[in-house]
Design a protein around this ligand. Sequence first.
Ligand SMILES: [Zn+2]
Length: 451
Amino acid sequence: MAISWALPVLGCQLKNRPPRYNPPHTLRCFPDIQLDNVAVLWNLAPLITVLFLAAATQTVKVDRYPLRSGCDASDPVVTTLHAGDPVQIKFSLAGAAQPCYVVSATVDGKLVDGNLPADALTGLDDFERSRRDAAPVSASPATNIQHPTSNNLPLKSTSPEMDRAIELLNRNQPAEALGILQKFHELFPSNAEVLALCGTAAYKSDNLRLAVDYWKQSLDLHADPTVDRAYKAALRESDNDKSSEKRFGTRFLLRYDGAVADSDTAHTMIAMLEEEFSRVSFQIGCRADERIAVIVQSREAYLKTTGAPGWSGGNYDGKIHIPLLDSKQPVAATRQVFAHELVHACLANIGAWPLWLHEGLAQRLSGEQARPGVQEAIKQLAKDGKLPKLAGLGQTWGNKSTADAQLAYGIARAAVDLFYQYHAEFGVRNLMNNPAALPGITDDLDRRLRE
Ligand SMILES: [Zn+2]
């Protein structure tokens, strides 16, 4: 069946965009990187780190002390704790007559959460000292770019559940992450950061209405410009998205506009996505633990909902967005668009990888041809000693000129081709299993690109 797709065109304009969350938000042709929504997660990292900072050395000072569901003496009693019972402090809350701590304790083998005032606890000096001394454990986006092998969100809280939720968000398992975050939300309903993370998980789960709702609640509590951008982008997406038809595959949720694709076309697309995912995941070694959302819409709606520039032919931001045209484009081209975006999704599910590796692999594994003239330009730059290093290409190509962006794509492709030449077909799987090898491989490829 002939399905038509908007293909990227040459000479596209790139928008200047601020630094972003990793994994790089990627477009098929050139990265436009519109990942405002997921950037929320990224920018919240330092906040959450502070929020969930805890030390495990506190104990209950007073025997038969009531653990309450709030800081007030009139709040309901959850359970009774005994002198010497260890508790883990999750938060300290200011504003009450004396500091109040949100703690968890194990009672009869079960973990319970509640609040204790300062005078019911020992070991608070240690807690306050560790809080003062703690350097933020999360790296800034800039740091992360220099260490692309670190996790997407190199954030460690001392709440194992929160760690897990963030890990799940990084690995594109937003539904499971949302389940955990919603429990945190129940415990701390007025916490703007938890609400913002819930919004991110809902967005990545393709539950736009819920994402908008969480982000709105978060903003009502705390005006954060990043959350505000994500909220407005989600509103725009929800206002313009007519893709209400759904079809489920084994690993995909295809949401499409019934006016631009019929049921047969949707069936064909799902089958194609499954086939391409099998092929790409076999080569890269990734899994799809949750269904990947693929949104297919008219070109007009695509541009309006994603805010992507007119030249873009596909977009991955945790969900795959594809514009569909109404005329006849060969199935092979459709397959190529899917494959390109699936490489991004696949890599993002494994970890944080530099954009050059993303785009190089996406071009190669989708079978795109190198652009004419670019290889010659790379050779000439290498000869003149002016070829940028791979790490120097950065994680945000949106601020490059069109020519520089084409060059970045070309260098990425050339580097990945060289990688395959020297590491064979299984090399990429080995690399995925051993991200610590990436800096050495990058140096080696930089050298070979100059030979
Ligand atoms: Zn791409």
